[in-house]
Design a binder for this molecule. Structure first.
Ligand SMILES: Nc1ncnc2c1ncn2[C@@H]1O[C@H](COP(=O)(O)OP(=O)(O)O)[C@@H](O)[C@H]1O
Ligand SMILES: O=C(O)C(=O)C[C@H](O)[C@H](O)COP(=O)(O)O
Length: 318
């Protein structure tokens, strides 16, 4: 049976500080896990989608923890290998009082460097309904990973999958010029673009959604969604433009991971053939749930929790 979604990318041990303020003064941290594609996979699995994640981790305690975590979420990790002579990547976070923050990566020589076109899990890619790719994996080693993502997208697309793409531009990993050049190379493979406003501006030099849609016409991108943080999200498909306001969280404590959660919700809407309006509202609800919980993926909801957030299912406390 085909998997609903497959994604490819790095995951990291993420250290969340016990206190707010500059990271240099943080002396105690909580060990968690993060990574854009990893978060997306968790988000999809919690919604009930059959999900596979392709990656490489170090054959170390952190790599084993991350793989066990993903496995525990019900993600197919048969495409995740633990490699000797590599260390699992690490990320330290700084979190401010308002939930915003910074990340400090220690991910040079990521184990995903060992993932090559010849070691790609072609069988998994041939048997999925949706392949999600992002600019984080592209940025880790652009000369290798961009051709690898093109190859993965080609295999998935040739076998009927749709390709969703989040530019997820991380300027700590590459320059804006490199990001623009590299990510533009991926656009011809993309069916659905899920982007932030600033990322769209960097890629297309325009910020209005209709203008972005015009710029995307030559790539045959059918659907574009723009994530706007506390201002919700807008999307366009076949000339239909929809905006959906953000759903206020109880309290914003940690904004990292909201975009990946939104992407998982959008994938769910696409796979279920939902309207753009329903898909946006659902994805916004997930983003709102993510920002109200500490950690990059702890706030990613199960389906029922999203329906409760949307007021479509009763909340039962006990
Ligand atoms: N402060 C917030 N309040 C309510 N919803 C939010 C908030 N921040 C993010 N979201 C939701 O999560 C989605 C993705 O967040 P955003 O910050 O735009 O993405 P990214 O994490 O990629 O930067 C938004 O479109 C919105 O629906
Ligand atoms: O992989 C990286 O580069 C990270 O920084 C790890 C984070 O877990 C995600 O990237 C969160 O991504 P957003 O959902 O866009 O906030």
């Amino acid at each position: 049976m085909k998997k609903d979604v497959v994604t490819i990318g790095d995951a990291m041990i993420t250290f969340d500080p016990s206190h707010h303020g500059p990271m240099r003064y943080a002396s105690t941290f909580e060990r968690k896990a993060g990574g854009a594609e990893f978060n997306f996979a968790i988000g999809c699995a919690r919604l009930g989608l059959q999900t596979a994640w392709i990656s490489r981790l170090g054959n170390d305690e952190f790599g084993k923890y991350i793989r066990n975590f993903a496995r525990g979420e019900g993600i197919d990790v048969s495409g995740v290998q633990l490699l000797d002579h590599y260390s699992t990547s690490i990320n330290f976070k700084e979190i401010r009082e308002d939930g915003s923050g910074k990340t400090f990566y220690y991910r040079h020589h990521s184990p995903t460097e060992a993932l090559t076109e010849t070691t790609l899990d072609e069988l998994t890619l041939r048997n999925c309904k949706l392949l999600h790719i992002t600019g984080v994996f592209a940025a880790i080693n652009p000369d290798k990973n961009i051709p690898l993502l093109k190859r993965a997208a080609t295999i998935a697309k040739d076998n009927g999958a749709m390709i969703t793409f989040d530019p997820n531009i991380r300027l700590k990993l590459w320059s804006s010029e490199e990001a623009k050049r590299g990510l533009t190379e991926l656009l011809p493979y993309v069916d659905v673009l899920l982007t932030g406003e600033d990322e769209a501006e960097l890629l297309f030099d325009v910020h209005d959604l209709s203008q972005i849609a015009q710029a995307c016409q030559k790539y045959d991108i059918s659907t574009i969604a723009i994530k706007k943080g506390e201002n919700g999200a807008s999307a366009i498909r076949n000339g239909e433009l929809v905006h959906s306001s953000a759903i206020p969280p109880k309290k914003v404590v940690d904004t990292v991971g909201a975009g990946d959660g939104f992407d998982a919700g959008f994938a769910y809407g696409l796979l279920n053939g939902w309207t753009l309006e329903r898909t946006l509202k659902f994805s916004n609800a997930i983003g709102s749930l993510v920002v109200s919980v500490y950690g990059d993926n702890e706030g990613l909801p199960e389906l029922g929790e999203v329906l409760t957030k949307l007021g479509e299912r009763d909340f039962i406390e006990r």
